[in-house]
Design a protein around this ligand. Structure first.
Ligand SMILES: [Fe+2]
Length: 280
């Protein structure tokens, strides 16, 4: 039996979103997250909050540049790098301005980049007025099996699968710590950035975020509802580029060795309370 991957536990720490209109997107997130945007040395921008950090880069609209996972010590990052290398997976330089020099990146079949590292010591982040911790990122893909297999080889653990009546996989959720998923994917005709999510501390936080959005005249795009896989309360909004942003609470916790579960492809699975966003 091979040793388990050193990945566990790892948490999503920051993501990069690419945009062809960065000033517009930055203005949206400044107001949404109540944080400042600072220009980085490489021409990208950092929206830095206490528990939510987003890098905005100039590029194609609706692009997920990378998803960066924080680990708790450099030795484990090095062990993960060795573990990944031993499987023949190509190591790439880390694109992250927030991780140390031990960080590295890998890329799946669709070109989705995952980064692993430890956060640099910086100035203490100011507390967020409204709590919401960046928690998962999700893509759409016509190559679901490849993307899942790649993440399993890295050390992610499959939590839930959704299949249609013909047995075709339509969604999958993977975890890298006890939270139900830190990565997920939906079957789509072309690869795409699906959404990212922030975990709040309670249902009341969901209310407070919705009130904050109401004050900004930003309408909810989906929800509130409760997902089947993950059992989390949620709603989603569209950002200025049309990317879906999720606010979540009560994400289910699972042990590392809990077996994968199966769900039927139907609206009820994606929203136990009713109307669902069915991807195509
Ligand atoms: Fe989500």
């Amino acid at each position: 039996m091979t040793d388990p991957s050193p990945l566990w536990p790892a948490r999503l720490h920051h993501i990069e979103i690419t945009s062809d209109q960065p000033p517009v997107l930055l203005d949206f997130y400044r107001r949404l997250f109540e944080c400042d945007a600072q220009e980085l040395a490489d021409g990208r921008w950092l929206l830095a909050g206490g528990e939510r950090n987003i890098v905005v880069g100039r590029g194609a609209r609706n692009g997920l540049g990378y998803s960066a996972f924080a680990m708790d010590d450099r030795a484990r990052v090095a062990a993960l790098r060795d573990f990944v290398t031993a499987q023949g997976i190509k190591i790439q330089p880390s694109p992250s301005p927030l991780f140390g020099e031990e960080a590295f990146a890998v890329s799946d079949r669709d070109g989705n980049i995952l980064v692993f590292g430890t956060p640099l010591d910086g100035a203490p982040a100011k507390a967020d007025r409204l709590p919401a911790r960046l928690q998962h990122s999700v893509v759409g893909s016509p190559n679901m099996d490849d993307l899942i297999d790649f993440r399993l080889r890295l050390g992610f653990v499959l939590s839930d699968q959704v299949k249609d009546d013909d047995g075709n996989l339509t969604a999958a959720f993977l975890r890298s710590d006890r939270e139900h998923h830190s990565q997920a994917m939906f079957h789509t005709r072309v690869p795409k950035f699906d959404h990212f999510s922030m975990e709040t501390t309670s249902w009341n936080d969901i209310r407070d975020w919705a009130d904050h959005l109401g004050g900004l005249r930003i309408s909810l795009s989906w929800g509130p509802g409760r997902h089947g896989p993950g059992n989390n309360l949620f709603f989603m909004v569209c950002d200025a580029d049309g990317n879906m942003v999720e606010f979540s609470a009560e994400m289910e916790l699972m042990d590392r060795d809990t077996a994968v579960r199966q769900w039927k492809h139907e609206p009820h699975t994606l929203n136990l309370w009713g109307i669902a966003w069915m991807r195509d």
